[in-house]
Write a protein that binds this ligand. Structure first.
Ligand code: GLN
Length: 495
């Protein structure tokens, strides 16, 4: 099948989207399954102190997303998306198997494999989704919204199941106690294996989409490029083990990689036309703003989880607040992302669809509204315990904001990037998430109350912090909306 046939599909979604949807769903199951276990495993199995475990967790997250930039870059130049995905998948399976065998001894080795593997897999599958559409196809945003539901379905089930098995909450009669973690890590390996299997059996149905940028059958002399990337990614592993286990190195890496990526982008821009450069400049503006978005949004894994543990009741459904904090977002995305996608199509048909820049602005305003809700929840509190129901409403609002930004951002990267820089720009988009995670830790630390404070005082500190974040988000939203005529001019024909 050639790419034109794929892109000329009837209906709302191309059928190839479903193959990528399921492959990504299982990859995210593996990734979020692992992510959900990390800190817990370090604290309760490896007996690390909480502060060190939090720092390691932050470093791992920052590295995962930073490596997507490297994975995207090599996909553009050498591997192509399909080969990158396959290689990333293999490394992720290897990492999970290493953890399965002896998670305590080989913890950082396994994690390093997962970091490099995700770097090759994650940005490139998103870039392939973009290539299912013609440049001017207005169904693209809806496609990314659906794909985003797949991401969150994997995140939701992986996040609950794996830690549940490790802690012995699920299948504890079937699995001997001392093997629970090994089984949990084995299952993430199986999830990744299913992801790769789906991809392997459907890759030919993607036609030329994701093929290598170099035809190695003709240019045989260049084959060593491929081997160099494979061997090079192995060679990175000992380095990453060292850097992740010593978080100070991660700081240095973060200082370096962002400026480096911008210098490299400027170098690539010197080879392009003015119009293509304007589009890349617009993409860069979206990337920078997205890192602010994630810096506030990602309080979820840090300060909000401690807030949930200490300052919320069980709500009208009698739920564990941390359970809501960890899973409400994914659940809302699964339900509402396709609906919001269809809403965009509906509005488009009536000439009412906001353009991408305004959607970004709306996302920030919703982020602000959500953190405002988190902040004012203290008004309904008794003795430092606030209602979970209102907190959940905040999560609903933040999720609609995420849906207006994150899948749209993926879609925009594929529309605004020059053909030769698709992987690189997608990598930069995720690199912004790496910075977001990194800043989130700093923001979170900035609003952590003293241990000696009373519950009421602690709630005050968190709430004042969330209201402050709400204002940051609202200011960003207003700035984006005010800048929208300028950004749209940079975007040219892209809507
Ligand atoms: N939750 C989304 C995913 O896992 C977005 C992550 C991000 O860009 N920070 O793909």
């Amino acid at each position: 099948m050639n790419s034109n046939d794929i892109q000329n599909f009837d209906g709302k979604y191309p059928k190839q989207l479903w193959y990528l949807f399921f492959s990504e769903m299982w990859e995210r199951f593996c990734f979020y399954g692992m992510r959900g276990m990390l800190t817990y495993f370090m604290v309760y199995q490896m007996m690390m102190n909480k502060e060190a475990a939090n720092l390691q967790y932050g470093a791992t997250q920052a590295w995962v997303y930073a490596f997507t930039f490297i994975g995207g870059m090599f996909a553009d130049k050498i591997l192509g998306f399909k080969k990158s995905l396959f290689w990333g998948g293999i490394l992720m399976i290897a990492g999970s198997l290493i953890l399965m065998v002896d998670p305590k001894t080989y913890f950082f080795v396994g994690i390093a494999f997962l970091i490099v593997g995700t770097g090759f897999f994650k940005p490139n599958i998103s870039s392939m989704v973009g290539q299912l559409y013609k440049a001017d196809d207005n169904r693209r945003d809806a496609g990314f919204s659906l794909f985003y539901s797949g991401i969150n379905a994997g995140a939701f089930f992986g996040g609950i199941l794996m830690i549940g098995i490790g802690k012995g909450e699920f299948f504890s009669e079937l699995i001997p106690q001392d093997l629970r973690w090994n089984v949990a890590f084995a299952l993430v390996a199986i999830a990744m294996f299913i992801s790769l299997l789906i991809f392997t059996f459907t890759r030919n149905l993607l036609g030329h989409i994701g093929d290598t940028p170099i035809n190695y059958a003709v240019e045989k002399g260049k084959k060593w490029y491929l081997y160099a990337v494979y061997i090079g990614s192995f060679a990175c592993i000992p380095l990453i083990i060292k850097m992740v286990s010593n978080t100070q190195y991660t700081d240095y890496f973060m200082y370096f990689i962002g400026p480096f990526s911008i210098v490299y982008l400027i170098y690539e821009m010197t080879k392009l036309t003015k119009e293509a450069n304007f589009k890349l400049a617009a993409a860069l503006i979206f990337i920078v703003f997205s890192s602010f978005f994630w810096a506030i949004f990602e309080q979820a894994g840090g300060s909000l989880s401690l807030y949930a543990a200490e300052h919320l009741d069980k709500g009208s459904l009698n739920l564990d607040p941390n359970f809501v904090n960890n899973s409400a977002n994914s659940l809302f995305v699964i339900i509402f992302a396709p609906l919001v996608g269809l809403l965009w199509l509906f509005m488009h048909k009536r000439g009412l669809e906001p353009n991408s820049v305004i959607k970004f602005g709306i996302a920030f305003l919703l982020l602000g509204a959500a953190f405002y809700i988190f902040g004012i929840n203290k008004m309904f509190a008794t003795s430092g315990i606030a209602p979970l129901d209102i907190f959940t409403l905040g999560y609903f609002v933040v999720t609609i904001g995420e849906i207006a930004l994150s899948p749209i951002g993926l879609s925009l990267m594929t529309k605004l990037s020059n053909a030769k820089l698709q992987g690189f720009m997608m990598g930069m988009w995720f690199l912004a998430s790496a910075y977001g995670q990194y800043i989130a830790g700093i923001f979170g630390a900035g609003i952590s109350p003293a241990d000696s404070a009373t519950a009421v005082q602690k709630l005050e500190v968190y709430s004042a912090g969330y209201i402050q974040f709400a204002w940051y988000a609202i200011v960003c939203g207003v700035v984006i909306i005010l800048l929208s005529p300028f950004i749209r001019r940079l975007m040219g024909d892209v809507k």
